[in-house]
Design a protein around this ligand. Structure first.
Ligand SMILES: Nc1nc2c(ncn2[C@@H]2O[C@H](COP(=O)(O)OP(=O)(O)OP(=O)(O)O)[C@@H](O)[C@H]2O)c(=O)[nH]1
Ligand SMILES: [Mg+2]
Length: 416
């Protein structure tokens, strides 16, 4: 079977004057595409970056360039060409005709990696949904592509037999998957309500793929999540309890990594997983401080946070891998912290910052309530963190961490 042979690919990209910044292909984005290809188990045997005023409506990079790519592919025995830009179904077909090889785009490659990585039932459902949604508009005239299925990059996920069936079948399957994922979300939301009842704040680690999110969670909580030097290592959300300080314990979640030009379908399909961001009380944006593309990556993640989190969710910028950076004084700012998850350096500062952010609006106090206010105890149990309750002759003494609203009602009973 093809599967055991390393797939050899030419990587191609187009930089066009009319593209938005995030649509452009650059040397750096082609390097990243190469890393993605290696993650998927392929090998890059040539790169082509084309500059044009605008994409060619038919062949995207232009006939001449496409011809050049064909020659390059032939000379290097490449079996596929992967484009860094998103291609339309008709462009894919035109390019396959000219180059005589399989043509994929970056989205298909990312979907393929997700398909390889997805381990949990939920992850698999989400990937399958994204793949079908990607496939559906590309189905017409895919005779050639369908017949080449049978292993290798871009063909994993929905099985061969499933793909050979018609659109209607795929639509039904999409509807089923969406239903199943809706169930997953419902279960999640019940769990979430339970957590909210216990008033435990939720903190989510977010960031570019390979920034060190899982390593941080492992360091802080002994979560034992695999952390590897490869892209999209984590596809599932893992949540662990973390004691931040005497007053504060939180739930800390690891999340799926982001990347530039993340396929839209993938974001949609991974809603159940990404909801973690929406419900977080605080986000820790993990940044690989040693990455030369750091600033671009920060911008990508910031945009996704804006899209996925509640407005005004506080964000801590956590510059990780500080052990690899010689001078880190550029990391300044009240919400910035430089750490090394590997050496454990400065993790205390990160904890202090979490504590400071979440306790801004929290008050810890000892309150002496008259017995006529006994009903308040239930409210405190459900909406605050109760540390101690003592029934005394002069009233009920209660030690608790409460939010601003509750504090407003209780402060007159505070024992100083
Ligand atoms: N030198 C150094 N390496 C680190 C540090 N933190 C993490 N790494 C390494 O960076 C790589 C990626 O770490 P992960 O924790 O898997 O990154 P992630 O953000 O969870 O990545 P994805 O799950 O793929 O999104 C691993 O090889 C880690 O060992 C650090 O502080 N210093
Ligand atoms: Mg991870």
């Amino acid at each position: 079977m093809e599967q055991h042979k390393m797939e050899r690919a030419i990587l191609a990209g187009l930089a066009a004057d009319c593209f938005r910044k995030e649509e452009q292909a650059t040397e750096e984005s082609l390097d990243e595409l190469e890393a993605l290809l290696e993650t998927a188990g392929g090998e890059c045997v040539g790169k082509v970056l084309q500059n044009r005023h605008a994409p060619d409506p038919h062949s995207f990079v232009g006939e001449g360039k496409a011809e050049e790519i064909r020659e390059l592919a032939e000379a290097n025995e490449a079996t596929m060409v992967i484009f860094d830009n998103e291609l339309s179904p008709s462009q894919i077909r035109a390019l396959e005709d000219i180059t005589g090889t399989t043509v994929l785009d970056r989205s298909a490659l990312i979907l393929d990696i997700f398909a390889q990585r997805a381990k949990t039932a939920e992850g698999r459902l989400q990937v399958e949904l994204a793949q079908y949604k990607y496939l559906l508009p590309r189905l017409s005239g895919m005779g050639k592509s369908l017949s080449r299925l049978g292993g290798g990059i871009g063909t994993r996920g929905p099985g061969e037999t499933k793909l050979e069936t018609d659109r209607r079948h795929i639509r039904t399957r999409i509807a089923r998957l969406e239903e199943e994922l809706e169930q997953v979300r419902k279960v999640r939301s019940v769990q979430r309500q339970r957590r909210q009842k216990n008033a435990v704040p939720v903190v989510a680690l977010v960031g570019y793929t390979n920034a060190g999110k899982s390593t941080i969670l492992n360091r802080l909580t002994d979560a034992g999540i695999p952390a590897n030097d490869r892209l999209f290592d984590t596809l599932d959300t893992t949540t662990r309890q973390l004691t931040v300080s005497d007053n504060l314990s939180v739930l800390l979640s690891d999340t799926v990594g982001f990347i530039a030009k993340l396929p839209h379908h993938l974001i949609q399909a991974f809603r159940a997983t990404l909801e973690e961001l929406e419900y977080a009380d605080l986000l820790i944006h993990v940044i690989d401080a040693s990455d030369p593309e750091r600033e671009e990556h920060i911008a990508v993640v910031d945009r996704l946070i804006e899209q996925l989190a509640k407005p005004d969710t506080p964000v801590i910028r956590c510059y990780n891998k500080a052990d690899l950076v010689e001078r880190a004084e550029w990391i300044v700012g009240t919400n910035n912290v430089a750490i090394s998850a590997k050496t454990g350096d400065n993790l205390d500062d990160l904890l202090k910052m979490i504590d400071r952010e979440l306790c801004k609006a929290l008050h810890r106090g000892v309150f002496l309530l008259p017995y006529s206010m006994a009903g308040m105890i239930d409210k405190l149990h459900s909406e605050a963190q109760v540390l101690r309750v003592e029934y005394k002759t002069e009233g009920i003494e209660i030690e608790a961490v409460v939010d601003e609203v509750l504090y407003g009602r209780l402060r007159q009973y505070e024992v100083t």
